[in-house]
Design a protein around this ligand. Structure first.
Ligand code: ZN
Length: 170
């Protein structure tokens, strides 16, 4: 077994619709293509393919929770769940954190594009208010609290899905 996890997937075709990405997922052949719009979250997925981790935060001064100075949310949300106003995009610089929780996946469900076994991890990142769910590239034994840093599938290696974000032990 290799010591790094690999993906069993290829890049999804992307088309543009009003500046937002529409992903074509030919999961069941060309006739079974699923069209999935990334809508207002397009900057997040586009950022991953460029090696940038984009989060959102609430800057509405009338927000009952953020009071205009919200923490960063990952995965991002287009609108604030507390005041329902549009959130603002902000890049997470030098994205790293620690393993908050994990699951060791030996057998995946049908269609899983991550080669098993792998660790599905929840990451608490510096400067981010939420917990990020992702997968770990390393296959060696881990424990809660281990430090990790973000990795990206960019350019020709990008899948144009959430799989473009992963983590490795720091
Ligand atoms: Zn708000």
């Amino acid at each position: 077994m290799k010591d790094r996890v690999e993906l069993k997937t290829t890049a999804s075709k992307i088309t543009l619709a009003n500046d937002t990405w529409v992903v074509h997922l030919p999961r069941f052949g060309e006739e079974g293509t699923h069209f999935h719009t990334l809508g207002l979250l397009t900057p997040y997925f586009k950022g991953l393919t460029e090696g940038r981790l984009m989060a959102t935060r609430c800057t509405n001064p009338r927000c009952p929770i953020s009071k205009g100075n919200g923490e960063m949310w990952l995965p991002p949300r287009a609108d604030c769940p507390d005041c329902h106003q549009p959130m603002v995009w902000k890049e997470v610089r030098d994205p790293k954190g620690y393993i908050y929780a994990f699951t060791y996946v030996e057998r995946g469900g049908t269609g899983l594009e991550i080669e098993c076994p792998y660790y599905q991890i929840d990451v608490k990142m510096e400067g981010v208010g939420t917990i990020v769910k992702s997968y770990l590239l390393d296959r060696k034994p881990i424990k809660i609290g281990d430090k990790v840093r973000a990795r990206f599938r960019t350019g020709a290696a990008a899948t144009n899905t959430c799989l473009d974000l992963s983590f490795e032990l720091a």
